[in-house]
Design a protein around this ligand. Structure first.
Ligand code: COA
Length: 303
């Protein structure tokens, strides 16, 4: 018994800032941002909060899964910027959607957060402690600092996982706390990042963890329909594809529109791919997250 994805939802604010808009605020240019990151615009909250975005994404995921909120027995929210330190955002979501039978908690593993939430959900399901789990990544980041504002955007993505006999899933997760300073968000501060260190970390560790996962599953990279990577940077995604010797068309990307939405990026992309009909029953998918901690990991699933 393991978990299978049965629904997704996402919510991004309507308001966005183009690279040209950002260039009016900090010393940068559209060309610099496009060439280095692949980002063209990022959606930015006006009225919303991490909690209200999470609720919208959750409602859409439940609708997509065709289930009632009362059927959910676990809600996990991944965020690095919850509106309040307590209670957890997952409890707020529970109340707003009426998931009265759910146990709720938040977790923080930065941009790897959705992967950690997914693997936690699989753990609960495989132990027989949950049957239907709602996972949400929701983030709202500071965009006024020149070195990082170009990279990030706001949004939320959600997924519903259901316990199914005969489904296949596996997980590889890693952390390296000695590199914590490479990507840091102090309480009440702004993100500081050693961009080149983080870039090197991602392009070396992500292909390795994908190979480790494929070995576990006794599969080759060529057998995977889609690699859904955390949308941090188009150059990172292209470099990973190249190292795995897989066509870039197997690495869907929406960073152009949303920039890096941290733990929301994977479920937002999953939702887009499901809604446009790209993801189809029976396909083999690898999800890969990486980010502050440093943390990184990959999940194999059949949809
Ligand atoms: N606009 C214009 N110029 C900028 C700039 C900006 N927003 N930020 C920095 N620069 C300038 C620097 O001042 C430097 O100028 P100099 O050569 O005159 O000193 C030059 O651009 C190069 O800076 P550098 O930081 O070396 O750029 P880079 O090529 O490493 O690109 C990143 C910076 C952040 C785009 C790149 O390192 C990266 O993508 N890293 C990974 C980040 C990431 O994905 N983080 C999230 C992981 S979850």
């Amino acid at each position: 018994m393991t978990g299978r994805l049965i629904g997704t939802g996402s919510y991004v604010p309507d308001h966005y800032l183009s690279n040209e808009d950002i260039a009016k605020i900090v010393d940068t240019s559209d060309q610099w941002i496009r060439e280095r990151t692949g980002v063209v615009r990022r959606h930015i909250v006006e009225e919303d909060t991490t909690a209200t975005m999470a609720v919208q994404a959750a409602k859409r995921a439940l609708e997509d899964a065709s289930i009632q909120a009362e059927e959910i027995d676990l809600i996990i929210v991944s965020t690095i910027v919850s509106d309040v330190l307590m209670p957890c955002t997952a409890c707020y979501v529970q109340n707003e959607i009426g998931a009265v039978n759910a146990f709720c908690f938040d977790l923080n593993a930065a941009c790897s957060g959705f992967l950690v939430a997914y693997s936690t959900a699989l753990g609960y399901i495989e132990m027989g402690l949950a049957k239907k789990v709602l996972l949400i990544g929701t983030e709202l980041l500071d965009w006024t600092d020149r070195s990082t504002c170009i990279l990030f955007g706001d949004g939320a993505g959600a997924a519903v996982i259901e316990a199914v006999d005969g489904a296949r899933a596996s997980i590889c997760m890693h952390s390296d706390g000695s590199k914590g300073d490479s990507l840091l968000l102090p309480r009440n501060g702004t993100i500081t990042m050693n961009g080149q260190d983080v870039f090197r970390f991602a392009v070396s560790k992500v292909p390795k963890v994908i190979k480790e996962l494929l070995e576990q599953q006794q599969k080759t990279a060529g057998e995977i329909d889609y690699f859904i990577l955390h949308q941090a940077n188009k150059r990172i995604i292209d470099a990973v594809a190249k190292r795995l010797q897989v066509e870039e068309s197997h690495f869907p990307c929406n960073i152009e529109e949303y920039a890096n939405t941290s733990s929301a990026s994977i479920p937002i992309l999953l939702d887009e791919l499901r809604k446009e009909g790209t993801l189809k029953k029976g396909q083999k998918i690898v999800l890969t997250g990486f980010g502050a901690g440093l943390t990184w990991g990959a999940v194999y699933m059949e949809i």
